[in-house]
Ligand binder design. Structure first.
Ligand SMILES: NC(=O)c1ccc[n+]([C@@H]2O[C@H](COP(=O)([O-])OP(=O)(O)OC[C@H]3O[C@@H](n4cnc5c(N)ncnc54)[C@H](OP(=O)(O)O)[C@@H]3O)[C@@H](O)[C@H]2O)c1
Ligand SMILES: *[C@@H]1O[C@H](CO)[C@@H](O)[C@H](O)[C@H]1NC(C)=O
Ligand SMILES: *[C@@H]1O[C@H](CO)[C@@H](O)[C@H](O)[C@H]1NC(C)=O
Length: 332
């Protein structure tokens, strides 16, 4: 304001304006530079919170939902290697048994499994899971289970079943499972809750509208929960994920921007408590190339620009998916 009021003479006004804009420009550049350098320090220099804080090797358990494939399975491998006992939860009993056996054999840890389909929203499943959880000391909960639109689909054409499944698994399942671990974590004043988020929650994603909004829900909820639980000694973290090679992403070949699950999960576990490329409280974008994209999204162009990018990407994926469906229909 003071710069605008200093209009004593034209000359002085010009000088004042130049200094004013210079200062604003310098502050702006300094803020951007600071956030970029802080991101690089998180990624390359500062170590995350050690997993030993959550009881690694001391009989503590990690509970992982959606644990038998993709990112969840990799969390199981890496947390077992760090000597956590593992409670695996997903639909398929045979896959659960096979993975549990493999983890016990190669790491000398204990495992438990519970087979449930989160789309069912079955209250007795949650109470059975609750009883299992009450029988162990849970150091870490990985809220990983998630389901997506089959292919990018306009909301108006999406089936009621798919919409309900996404809400039931991605939102209700995460809230209900978290409720099960909180009493003991609060009593012990220790615990780590990781919520698997997505860039589609960071930037609205047309044609994946329900998935995208569900991940935005998880991001906002994680921020509120993280603040509430900090005083109880519990660490909450929303993990911002761009693409990772998996059955869900339907991507098979890794690139600089799209890692396999192994380096992806390693980046998450080595950067607990650090933001990386994320600018939301209790949010983390730990994988290097994902952090760069996250930083660009937060600092360059408008939100509308990025939504349009997502629109273009999903329109293209939808076209290719529809062509593939056509080909497959012809072959039958
Ligand atoms: N891959 C990516 O590019 C990406 C990007 C951003 C965020 N994410 C998030 O990361 C998480 C894991 O994704 P992913 O790519 O690893 O998925 P994925 O490879 O498809 O694995 C999904 C896992 O969840 C289980 N599962 C699926 N539906 C279930 C249900 N209704 N009830 C119980 N278990 C179920 C599956 O086992 P069963 O079939 O035996 O049940 C499997 O173990 C999700 O929350 C996803 O939104 C992924
Ligand atoms: C709910 O889950 C319980 C325990 O697994 C099972 O016995 C019951 O049949 C399920 N109910 C429905 C409606 O699927
Ligand atoms: C999710 O939870 C809400 C609130 O408990 C419930 O009303 C709803 O039926 C659940 N499932 C879906 C698909 O919305």
């Amino acid at each position: 304001m003071s710069c605008i009021l200093q209009t004593i003479s034209d000359d002085k006004a010009l000088l004042a304006a130049t200094i004013c804009f210079g200062v604003i420009g310098a502050l702006f550049t300094a803020a951007k530079t600071y956030s970029f350098v802080r991101m690089l320090l998180d990624m390359l220099v500062i170590p995350g919170i050690s997993l030993s804080k959550f009881g690694a090797g001391k009989g503590s358990w990690a509970v992982i939902t959606g644990a038998t494939d993709g990112i969840g399975k990799e969390f199981a491998y890496q947390l077992a290697k760090k000597k956590f006992n593992i409670l695996l939860v997903s639909r398929t009993e045979s896959k659960l048994q096979a993975l549990a056996g493999e983890l016990e054999q190669s790491n000398g840890i204990q495992t438990k499994t519970y087979a449930m389909d989160f789309t069912q929203g079955n209250q007795s499943d949650y109470s059975n899971l609750g009883k299992l959880i009450d029988s162990i000391e849970v150091g870490i909960l990985v809220n990983n289970v998630g389901t997506n639109h089959d292919i990018p689909t306009p909301f108006a054409e999406e089936s009621d079943e798919t919409i309900a499944n996404i809400v039931e698994v991605n939102i209700n399942g995460t809230l209900k499972t978290t409720k099960l671990v909180l009493p003991q974590m609060k009593a012990r004043r220790s615990g780590l809750i990781l919520n698997l988020g997505s860039f589609s929650g960071l930037v609205a994603t047309p044609y994946l509208s329900v998935y995208s909004a569900g991940k935005a829900f998880l991001s906002t909820w994680s921020q509120a929960l993280g603040m509430e639980l900090a005083r109880d000694g519990i660490v909450v973290e929303h993990i911002n994920t761009y693409f990772v090679v998996s059955a869900m992403s339907k991507i098979r070949r890794p690139t600089f921007l799209i890692p396999t699950t192994k380096p992806y999960v390693a980046s998450v576990l080595s950067k607990i408590g650090l933001s990386g490329g994320s600018s939301t409280p209790y949010g983390s974008t730990p994988y290097f190339s994902h952090a760069l994209i996250n930083w660009l999204i937060d600092n360059l162009f408008t939100t509308t620009f990025w939504v349009k990018q997502n629109n273009a990407i999903q329109t293209d994926i939808r076209k290719r998916a529809l062509r593939k469906r056509e080909r497959e229909a012809k072959q039958q």
